[in-house]
Design a protein around this ligand. Structure first.
Ligand code: FES
Length: 107
């Protein structure tokens, strides 16, 4: 199992355990974490899974793909350098302890 901590815009932290291979979005949705919606089910069609990867983890989660970039630029607000679609971050043992922050307007 891989632990992921989700930090809401108001500072509320929720730590859950996900399975290797599952996405950060799926892990949030299946554990009822507020702030990650995942409306399209991970098909890169909605950007309601927008998150900010904590600065300490950006090297491990890697770069966003160009399709991800396009969707974020077109549909998400307040895109930052560490913005990702959480449906595109798959859990690996290396990501155990991952911390992501949720945008303010994603409820
Ligand atoms: S769940 Fe729709 S883009 Fe990630």
């Amino acid at each position: 199992m891989v632990k992921v901590t989700y930090i809401a815009a108001d500072g509320t932290e929720t730590t859950v355990e996900g399975k290797t291979g599952d996405s950060v979005m799926h892990t949030a949705v299946s554990n009822d974490v507020d702030g990650i919606v995942g409306e399209c089910g991970g098909a890169m069609m909605c950007a309601t899974c927008h998150c900010y990867v904590d600065e300490a983890w950006t090297d491990k989660t890697g770069e966003r793909q160009s399709e991800e970039d396009d969707m974020l630029e077109g549909a998400a607000s307040e895109v930052k350098a560490n913005s990702r679609l959480s449906c595109q971050i798959k859990l690996t043992p290396d990501l155990d302890g991952l911390v992501v922050h949720m945008p303010e307007d994603q409820f």
